[in-house]
Ligand binder design. Structure first.
Ligand SMILES: *Cc1c(COP(=O)(O)O)cnc(C)c1O
Length: 359
């Protein structure tokens, strides 16, 4: 049996995506996309096609720019505070490690305000920020899905202030009005294919003007927009994998179908966590992520035993992040329902064994 990958990233890829990629590369009669110039028609049209699928799937306004960059999501933590205009503060909602990392980078180049934080309760909920006056901020940065602590935004702040959203771990997993956001970014490796690239969707109106000479070229969105994501040699393989992943989403029936599946998968697993006597969810019910299902047990021996048991059963990556412990099952778009059913079945079996043997 193939291993079930519940790791938080990189995620598994659908078999069809992998075979299509292999087919493209293994035809040795012609040069593959990995062996030709990025100025060639073939690569330019690969980029254009991928961009237009992003536009379609997100239903983007014409004013939005779509970029494929290098450096994962982490490079965006640096580029965003350098590029967005204004002399006020950059606001952040602190919902855990990924927002903290973004805050650390932003603080190096501009003033930062923390608008809300769930740190007081080990990040197990999404903080409310209604009382905060957002209008003075240059922009507000938030992480739509918190990969590590298993929380997710189901409502977004409504404000005039530009909204910057790190969607690395839930992009294209659910219907959203993507035009409501001024800058969206996501590393490719969770819901958009494989490692090595990132998607950025942005509204040019939020960028500093006339600063081409001030910013380092590789860190300047305007340079990348002008060069159509090919200012330097782009990561063609990761864009190819993104292209095939977006095609796969379309073949499945689009985001509607994907969202429905994601809801079913997560609900099944949360139900089992609630039912099973050995496990519990520590995440605020209203804020529970559909992508990263975090849970725990009260007993260290059960924790170690369950991890060993999963290992034996070909379930990998279920250990919670080192900062939190417990367990985490990541259910990205390409995680098949059967794998979730299998995990639930094993949780039941594990509970039965414990009931027989005791602790
Ligand atoms: C994985 C992840 C990142 C980091 O992505 P890299 O591509 O490794 O830089 C950032 N933010 C969130 C929400 C993530 O899940």
């Amino acid at each position: 049996m193939k291993e079930c990958n519940f790791y938080a990233g990189p995620s598994i890829l659908d078999n069809g995506i992998v075979s299509k990629a292999i087919k493209q590369i293994s035809n040795r009669e012609n040069l593959s996309v990995l062996e030709i110039s990025h100025r060639s028609d073939k690569i330019v049209s690969l980029f254009e096609d991928t961009k237009s699928m992003v536009r379609d799937l997100m239903n983007l306004d014409k004013t939005k720019e779509v970029l494929f960059l290098h450096g994962g999501a982490s490079l965006q933590f640096a580029m965003i505070p350098l590029n967005i205009k204004g002399n006020g503060d950059a606001g952040f909602i602190d919902t855990g490690i990924w927002s903290k990392k973004a805050i650390i980078e932003a603080k190096k180049v501009r003033n930062v305000s923390i608008v809300g934080s769930s740190r007081d309760d080990l990040y197990n909920y999404i903080p409310k920020i209604e009382d905060y006056d957002l209008s003075a901020l240059d922009y507000l940065h938030l992480t739509s899905n918190n990969t590590i602590y298993g929380t997710q935004f189901f409502e977004f702040p409504k404000c005039e202030t530009p909204l910057v959203v790190d969607m690395s771990s839930d992009v294209l997993s659910r219907k959203l009005n993507f035009n409501d956001f001024d800058l969206i970014f996501a590393g490719f490796q969770k819901n958009l294919g494989t490692t090595g690239g990132s998607l950025v969707v942005l509204d040019k109106s939020i960028l500093k003007e006339g600063n081409e000479d001030e910013l380092l070229s590789m860190l300047d969105y305007k340079v990348h927009i002008k060069a159509k994501s090919m200012f330097n040699t782009p990561s063609v393989f990761s864009v190819l994998m993104c292209n095939l992943t977006l095609k796969w989403i379309m073949e499945q029936g689009g985001i509607d179908v994907i969202e429905e599946r994601n809801q079913v998968k997560a609900e099944m697993l949360y139900n089992e966590i609630e039912r099973n006597g050995l496990f519990y969810s520590y995440v605020n019910k209203r804020d529970r992520s559909l992508m990263n299902v975090c849970f725990d047990t009260d007993n260290e021996k059960i924790e170690a035993d369950f991890l060993a048991f999963c290992n034996e059963q070909n379930i990998i990556g279920i250990k919670g992040h080192r900062s939190r412990g417990g367990f985490r099952a990541s259910l990205y778009n390409s995680m098949p329902l059967e794998s979730v059913e299998y995990l639930i079945d094993r949780m039941k079996l594990f509970e039965k064994r414990y009931a027989r043997k005791g602790i």
